[in-house]
Write a protein that binds this ligand. Structure first.
Ligand SMILES: Cc1ncc(COP(=O)(O)O)c(C=O)c1O
Length: 378
């Protein structure tokens, strides 16, 4: 059943349980058939009120900071596969407490903390850079020339350092299995001798297996073939987006319609920069329910965010009807990398967060108020 807007406090991010379960079912199937471990990357989705549902299907997560590792321990009820770009002395002990695996970004950091990790019984890995990526948006390309992410092959000798058990690469972003296949070719060309010595390989995220048209059978084939080439290895995938791809929207209300120089802008009670930052960062144009790219003759509006940032708007969309104060605008697919990235910039009202349950009820998880804004500052 579709979400009943009358039952939701607007503005609000609404995760739809049925859609989440659909994605989780597919991910679990891939994991079982391919014989690999698939864990959730918190950086893409960390709405922990939904973790009890996630835990019915998978039982691991990857953390990229101490806060995420702790959240994993507390709310996923398991230790995390942790990868941090850099770890500080005042974080390492606590980080190890919450981690089953720890991937370092450099051999320098591995050497610094390997003894502590050994004592804590945490399996160590190193992020490597396969220097191959099909990610075209530079902001999201971990393998751009001179990238700081992962070590290139020239830093390694013929054997893996003692106690280094895993290799990790992350070179995909919203890619398909054919890109993974080519990335693996590049990875193996450089690192095959080290892969043979490793206990586990983490193939990072960016595997968008829940997107319509993604060839999951091919993904399974690629993973099985890899495992045949390296029979002793444990394979881990850590997608974020794929878990919550197209599982919910951001519901907003039109507060005003302004017109300058013949351009009409509807002002909504959400902000692109504060609540949908990737729209400006990436940038990309979000889908809005019932709206299309501008068509002459149809009611057409820019969509303006509620912050004072001049660029906090999206260029024109056309609608079937004139828009007016009080109308609802629904920004689609706003669950991955949205809630985790929001800010309280400008003090604008932060959307609530909730779940549209499979019983067709609304479960409010969080409503934001003045103290949330105030407590971020001092
Ligand atoms: C190391 C690492 N793992 C996993 C992910 C999750 O990627 P995605 O959400 O595209 O699947 C990211 C995303 O940036 C990442 O940097």
């Amino acid at each position: 059943m579709p979400v009943d807007i009358k039952k939701i406090p607007l503005p609000c991010y609404v995760l739809e349980e049925d859609l989440l379960r659909k994605n989780l079912t597919l991910i679990k199937q891939v994991s079982e058939i391919a014989g690999v471990e698939i864990i959730l990357a918190f950086k893409g989705f960390a709405m922990w009120g939904a973790f009890p549902i996630v835990r019915e299907y998978i039982n691991g997560a990857t953390a990229s900071s101490l806060n995420e590792a702790r959240l994993c321990f507390e709310e996923m009820k398991t230790k995390s596969h942790t990868y941090c770009v850099a770890i500080s002395d005042d974080e390492i002990d606590e980080l190890l407490k919450y981690s089953s695996h720890i991937t370092f970004n450099s051999l320098n950091q591995f050497n610094k903390y390997k003894e502590k990790a050994k004592t804590a019984g945490v399996s160590c890995g190193i992020r490597v850079n396969p220097q191959y990526s099909e990610v075209t948006t530079e902001l999201y390309n971990p393998c751009s020339p001179n990238s700081r992410l992962g070590m290139c092959i020239e830093h390694f000798k013929e054997t893996l350092p003692e106690t280094l058990e895993g290799l990790h690469f992350h070179a995909l972003c919203e890619n398909d299995s054919y890109t993974l296949e080519k990335t693996l070719q590049a990875f193996e060309k450089k690192f095959a001798h080290l892969i043979k010595q490793a206990k586990w390989i983490n193939m990072g995220g960016g595997h968008l297996m829940t997107k319509q048209g993604y060839d999951t059978n091919h993904l399974i084939q690629v993973l099985k073939a890899f495992k045949q080439r390296y029979p002793k290895i444990h394979v881990i995938l850590e997608p974020g987006s794929a878990f919550v791809w197209q599982t919910g929207s951001l519901y907003s209300t039109v507060l005003d319609v302004v017109e300058n120089n013949g351009v009409k802008t509807v002002i909504v009670d959400v902000s692109f920069t504060a609540h949908m930052p990737d729209c400006l960062e990436m940038p990309y144009r979000p889908r809005i329910t019932g709206a299309i790219d501008p068509v002459e003759g149809k009611p057409t509006y820019r969509i303006g965010g509620t912050s004072c940032l001049s660029g906090d708007f999206m260029f024109e969309y056309s609608f079937e009807h004139e828009l007016k104060e009080g109308d609802t605008l629904v920004f689609e697919d706003m669950i991955h990398y949205t809630m985790v990235k929001t800010s309280t910039f400008n003090g604008v009202k932060h959307p609530s967060m909730g779940i549209w349950t499979k019983e067709n009820t609304f479960k409010l998880l969080k409503k934001f108020g003045y103290t949330d804004y105030k407590n971020r500052l001092s």
